[in-house]
Design a protein. Structure first.
Ligand SMILES: Cc1cc2nc3c(=O)[nH]c(=O)nc-3n(C[C@H](O)[C@H](O)[C@H](O)COP(=O)(O)O)c2cc1C
Ligand code: SF4
Length: 448
């Protein structure tokens, strides 16, 4: 490739999906192809059967990167065989989880990898139509993707005869209206059909009855981008990273007062402390870690004493939290936990779609209690009441948004109950007290 004046080569930012991400003009099909892009598509369509593709993805152990971690190959194998109904592939590019911004960078910078991943995945389970469902704010990414799809169509890699084969695949983008619930796969499908974005009863699962009541696979952006690499290099190659049950790499979106926030791709299983220290440069001067929310705002936080927990599905579960979408939110020692959770709870109250009572009413009552605690009107029994309401939402709501609202609050009460109690007792927050102490000490030092 011709060296670009003024654009020195950047060091690789990850072993797999982020390896080439900063290549200049990677959005163009020519640059993508120069790096070997679309070679896998041609090779697979010429030499492999759909069943073989599913088996390879199953053997790789790839698990969904959208939050739930469901095995991808297994999900594809649930599509009923022999049905005359059309099948659909839907890419979940809603990315509304607070603290998560990985899919955005992946699509912005490497749209052709996603298109190649979608064509290969569709081939594996026999879909001839694909949709990319983008959150409303991603209008500019829609333009990038539409341009890339046109390039792929002109090159014969999307359309009636993909790479000269008998496989046909049409691909479209769709912009949502900016509702968090539309990231939930069944609400997403309702929204795509033109209805109000509200979840549907499961089962039937989308793989059996999804878009227009036809078999549909919904996969996350990052999940689909792993597929070309796996089909190119094989299942064992993919397993060189990660753990036995959580193989591969994962992109984490790191935010908070670390020296180098942003997206980082690391092998699954890496201890959280190493992600923060080695890849994000540690904490900025004057800040210490108080807690970390490891998987987007929907999951329970981990206190600083648990930073050695591995970034994989099993280790996170054993520590009482979830890997989720990989949105790592670092909470520093100058942040009040009650205030942070109030902020998160208001988000869920606002985004609750209102379909079921525990979530609709519960998130409202949780917000009310937080407001009382914050304003210095908290009562002794409010902490247990908050936990009780959360308990009544958890596992009793129609979809996982209810759990997402309840789990972080229960985690915060478990690990930081003293901060809640301080709010009730002292009518103000503990951190403000610390801030006042620091200011007092600073004044004394200056005075001396
Ligand atoms: C409230 C809610 C919001 C969600 N938002 C997203 C999202 O923005 N992106 C995503 O990929 N999955 C999201 N999910 C998970 C999807 O329902 C689904 O599990 C995922 O898209 C499946 O893809 P995967 O198997 O590749 O992970 C959300 C789930 C819930 C309950
Ligand atoms: S849990 Fe919340 S978001 Fe999900 S269906 Fe019930 S009200 Fe709607």
């Amino acid at each position: 490739m011709t060296p670009q004046i003024g654009h020195p080569p950047q060091p690789a930012r990850g072993p797999l999906l982020f390896r080439d991400i900063d290549t200049l003009d990677l959005v163009s099909i020519d640059v993508y192809r120069r790096g070997g892009g679309y070679e896998t598509l041609g090779a697979v369509l010429a030499a492999k059967s759909p069943e073989e593709c599913i088996e390879i993805v199953k053997a790789s152990g790839l698990r969904g990167r959208g939050g739930a971690g469901f095995p991808t190959g297994l999900k594809w194998s649930f599509v009923p065989k022999g049905s005359a109904k059309p099948r659909y592939l839907v890419c979940n590019a809603d990315e509304s989880e607070p603290g998560t911004f990985k899919d955005r960078e992946l699509m912005e910078k490497n749209p052709h990898l996603m298109i190649e991943g979608m064509v290969l995945s569709a081939f594996a389970f026999g879909a001839n139509t694909g949709y990319i469902y983008l959150r409303g704010e991603f209008e500019y990414i829609q333009r990038i993707l539409d341009r890339a799809i046109e390039e792929a169509r002109a090159a014969g890699l999307v359309g009636d005869s993909v790479a000269g084969s008998s496989f046909r695949f049409q691909l479209h983008t769709h912009l949502g209206a900016g509702a968090y619930i539309c990231g939930e796969e069944t609400a997403l499908l309702s929204s795509l059909e033109g209805y109000r974005g509200q979840p549907r009863l499961k089962p039937p699962f989308p793989a059996v009855e999804g878009l227009y009541a036809c078999p549909t696979i919904v996969n996350n952006v990052e999940t689909l981008m792993n597929v070309p690499h796996i089909l190119r290099h094989g299942a064992q190659w993919f397993r060189q990273w990660g753990t036995e049950k959580s193989p591969g790499t994962k992109v984490f979106s790191v935010s908070g007062p670390v020296r180098r926030p942003g997206n980082v791709e690391v092998p699954m299983g890496l201890p959280l402390s190493r992600l923060l220290d080695e890849h994000c440069g540690g904490m900025r001067e004057g800040f210490r870690v108080k807690a970390v929310i490891p998987g987007g705002s929907s999951v329970p936080l981990l206190p600083a004493s648990m930073l050695d927990t591995g970034l994989d599905f099993e280790s996170m579960a054993a520590a009482g939290t979830l890997l989720g979408s990989g949105g790592v939110i670092v909470i520093d020692d100058q942040t009040c936990i009650v205030d942070a959770l109030y902020n998160i709870t208001r988000f869920y109250e606002h985004e609750s779609c209102g379909k079921c009572t525990p979530c609709r009413e519960g998130t409202y009552w949780m917000s009310e209690i937080f407001e009382r605690l914050e304003s210095g009107h908290g009562r002794e029994r409010d902490i247990d009441l908050l936990a009780d309401i959360s308990d009544n939402i958890l596992g009793k709501s129609f979809c996982a948004l209810g759990d997402a609202a309840a789990m972080p609050v229960l985690g915060a009460i478990k690990h930081f109950r003293e901060e809640f109690e301080y709010h009730v007792r002292m009518k103000r927050c503990m951190v403000n007290r610390r801030r006042a102490e620091i200011a007092e000490r600073a004044a004394e030092t200056v005075g001396a």
